[in-house]
Write a protein that binds this ligand. Structure first.
Ligand code: FAD
Length: 303
């Protein structure tokens, strides 16, 4: 993710959402300094463009809105050529834990894990709120319990060398996202009929599996709700817009925005200003489409 600060130009104050109610919020030092440094609140909103509506972009939009000072008139524009979850986020497997495939704790793993869980709660809450209020239009997707599956994740050791690596790495696991070594029988009790090649399996009981698209759509709804909640006529007002548009060059935004935050995932490198300048290394992902045979009476899938 790249943060680019652009020189602001005066713009006409755009319309705000109708006022709802005030709430006391803590202001981060970054947002506080931006609010005082950058502009006269009465004249124009602080405008941010967030490029990309995947995990990174929507999380950035949420945090900009959530942590901006109450009195700040803030406008966030999200741009994505394919809409919410149009990139890798929308097709990800949704396995969520703070470890690498070899169960090594990732850089900033503890902090990221805690933040992920907070965002998941926010997404779950908005779905629950929408579905439980009869006055709300029911969500078109049946999200109910399906955003998150809290059933843990298993990682089997494939051979003796792999077992050594996993055992070493697992020793540095987080107390709030444990990695336990279990045997074949215990693993098969968790996933009936699962066949593992070696008698040692690493179990992360607190790891979760999310439905990426449902999560992203719920997080976007949460952003919209936050905008409504934080908008008051006497205070700054918050605005959020989603634009379905392909972006080729950052200079098209010059003068329009106070900052442009690039969350274009693997495609960030295609922007003309960033091309060849980012230390990005792409890797290959594999997507398997599984289909049950028509005559299968058994709804379980075994891998
Ligand atoms: C098959 C697969 C499975 C995966 N499984 C997992 C998993 O189980 N667990 C896990 O943690 N990670 C997984 N990942 C990795 C994870 O999906 C990515 O790290 C994550 O989605 C990156 O999010 P992002 O928001 O940075 O990028 P993206 O999700 O790619 O978002 C970028 C957005 O920018 C938009 N965009 C791009 N270029 C432009 C442009 N020029 N103009 C306008 N819009 C543009 C795209 O449409 C897209 O919506 C998987 C990845 C793949 C490919």
């Amino acid at each position: 993710m790249e943060l680019l600060l652009l020189p602001p130009k005066p713009v006409v104050r755009p319309p705000c959402y109708a006022p709802r109610r005030r709430s006391r919020r803590r202001t981060s030092p970054l947002m506080a300094s931006l609010s005082t440094r950058q502009h006269s609140l009465a004249e124009r909103p602080l405008r941010y463009a967030v490029l990309g509506a995947g995990f990174a972009g929507l999380s950035v939009a949420w945090h900009l809105l959530r942590h901006s000072p109450e009195e700040l008139h803030l406008r966030v524009d999200i741009y994505d050529e394919s809409g919410i979850g149009g990139g890798a986020s929308g097709i990800a497997g949704g396995l969520l834990h703070p470890y690498s495939p070899k169960v090594k704790l990732l850089w900033q793993g503890a902090e990221c894990w805690k933040e992920c869980l907070k965002l998941l709660k926010i997404a779950e809450r908005v779905v629950h709120k929408r579905n439980s209020n009869p006055q709300n239009v029911k969500l078109e997707w049946n999200l109910g319990d399906s955003i998150i599956r809290r059933r843990g994740i298993l990682r089997p050791a494939m051979d003796a060398k792999h077992l050594d690596t996993l055992t070493n790495n697992a020793q540095n696991c987080l107390p709030f996202c444990k990695i336990e070594s279990i045997d074949k029988d215990a693993a098969e009790a968790l996933v009936p009929n699962m066949k593992v090649p070696f008698n040692s399996v690493f179990h992360m009981p607190e790891a979760v599996n999310i439905h990426p698209l449902c999560y992203l759509q719920a997080l976007f709804l949460a952003c919209q709700d936050l905008v409504e909640e934080m908008s008051t006529s006497s205070f700054g007002g918050k605005e959020l817009y989603m634009h379905r548009k392909s972006i080729d060059r950052l200079c098209d935004f010059e003068g329009e925005y106070d900052a442009v935050i690039v969350c274009l995932g693997a495609k960030a490198d295609l922007l003309s200003e960033l091309s060849g300048r980012l230390p990005l290394r792409t890797c290959r992902g594999v997507i398997a489409h599984l289909q049950l045979p028509d005559n299968s009476g058994d709804p379980r899938i075994y891998l």
